[in-house]
Design a protein around this ligand. Structure first.
Ligand SMILES: Nc1ncnc2c1ncn2[C@@H]1O[C@H](COP(=O)(O)OP(=O)(O)OP(=O)(O)O)[C@@H](O)[C@H]1O
Ligand SMILES: [Mg+2]
Length: 369
């Protein structure tokens, strides 16, 4: 994928701006608060309709404006098209393809595949299981249409089952109702588990390899740990059966705690560096490399599943990395179709590469190299 032109209207610090990035690697240099991260965020917003910094769309509007828009001329495997995403205070978000308004906003995902790394993504390593599940969900949402359906269905039924447990008392009638919720929960739940297992099995060796390529000498291992005691390589019927059994086994506790106590909403993804929990034992740099390795593996996964090389958006990625590792990272992303890196480092401190280097100052971008 390649973004040939980016058009911003009232996006954060940018009021109106047209920018033509280069193919391959683009590096945005500039002092603090010049709008570098805002640029990456705008591309991420064009790709996903969301921000990696905020849940409130309004925050992205330039100085409280009532509307903002991001547009881009996109070069994909099948040809070029113009993608536009806009937000207005009154109507929320809409997107257009070649200026044609599209009926469902959720269909935006997939038009411009992108993988972002921001310093907050270190929560993938440092945070709790929820952060890791979210990262995996987001990847699967971008690559597997049915995952969206199963996730939505699972969350809907889980919510209803939990509120049934909260509202009612154990009785034969309520038991029967719960049994029917079990039936409805286990089907989408098993679909999620099977897909998560498959994706992580594919990703694990790539994550390990990228971590080496980025200069780590330690072995990074990633395992899917489903909440249910399933054998590696489990299939759909066994996941469903196990899930049902477990729900029945937990009946008493569930009535007591008034909560669904097993299932994929409690899955964990374990990340070890040389067999130790990287969360507790990894250094800052090791954790950053591991997160980057995960992200590069995500990009590869998207490429394998959609046929499109996603755009890489790497925010402030050089900090905490030594000279050698900066060089490895730059070499690695140089191979992608298009990558954007922001850094507050002066140009002289960057690893030498064929990258297009841009100086960003409030409201302007100038090519240095
Ligand atoms: N909605 C908005 N309207 C106007 N300005 C905004 C809005 N949101 C953020 N800004 C401003 O944008 C400026 C640049 O932010 P940005 O995060 O892109 O900086 P940066 O170049 O990445 O800096 P750093 O190197 O410190 O990360 C900030 O000063 C911020 O106040
Ligand atoms: Mg920044």
């Amino acid at each position: 994928m390649q973004l040939k032109q980016l058009n911003l209207v009232n996006f954060r610090s940018w009021d109106e701006f047209i920018f033509k990035p280069a193919a391959g690697l683009n590096i945005f240099c500039g002092g603090n608060a010049q709008g570098k991260t805002n640029l990456l965020e705008s591309i991420f917003f064009l790709a996903t309709g969301t921000s990696f910094r905020t849940y409130r769309d309004q925050e992205m509007a330039h100085r409280g404006a009532s509307a903002f828009a991001v547009g881009g001329q996109v070069l994909a495997a099948a040809g070029e098209f113009y993608l536009g995403v806009s937000w207005t205070e009154t109507e929320g978000k809409t997107f257009t393809v070649n200026r044609q308004e599209q009926p469902r906003f959720a269909d935006l995902l997939g038009h411009l595949p992108a993988v972002a790394f921001t310093p907050e993504d270190l929560s993938l390593i440092k945070g709790g299981p929820r952060q890791r599940r979210q990262a995996l969900n987001f990847l699967l949402l971008q690559t597997d249409r049915s995952y969206y359906f199963y996730l939505r269905e699972f969350n809907r039924v889980l919510g209803q089952r939990n509120s049934h447990l909260k509202r009612s008392r154990p009785s034969p009638g309520n038991e029967l109702l719960l049994l029917s919720w079990d039936e409805q929960l286990t089907q989408p739940g098993a679909e999620l588990m099977v897909r998560r297992q498959r994706a992580l099995a594919a990703m694990a060796p790539w994550i390990k390899e990228y971590n080496f390529r980025l200069g780590s000498r330690k072995e990074l291992s990633v395992f899917y740990q489903p909440d249910l005691a399933l054998k590696p390589g489990f299939d759909l019927p066994s996941a469903r059966e196990k899930f049902k059994q477990q729900l029945l086994q937990n009946r008493k506790d569930e009535w007591r705690r008034r909560l669904t106590l097993s299932g994929p909403q409690r899955d964990e993804i374990q990340i070890l560096l040389d067999n130790q929990e990287i969360r507790n034992f990894g250094s800052q740099g090791e954790q950053r490399l591991a997160t980057l390795a995960w992200k590069l593996a995500e990009a590869k996964y998207i490429k394998e599943h959609t046929g499109q090389d996603p755009i890489l958006l790497l925010d402030d990625v050089y900090s905490e990395l030594d000279v050698e590792r900066r060089r490895f990272l730059t070499e690695q992303v140089n191979r992608s179709e298009q990558t954007f890196i922001t850094t507050a480092e002066p140009k002289e401190n960057l690893p030498s590469s064929s990258a297009a280097v841009w100086q960003v100052t409030l409201g302007n971008i100038e090519r240095l190299q």
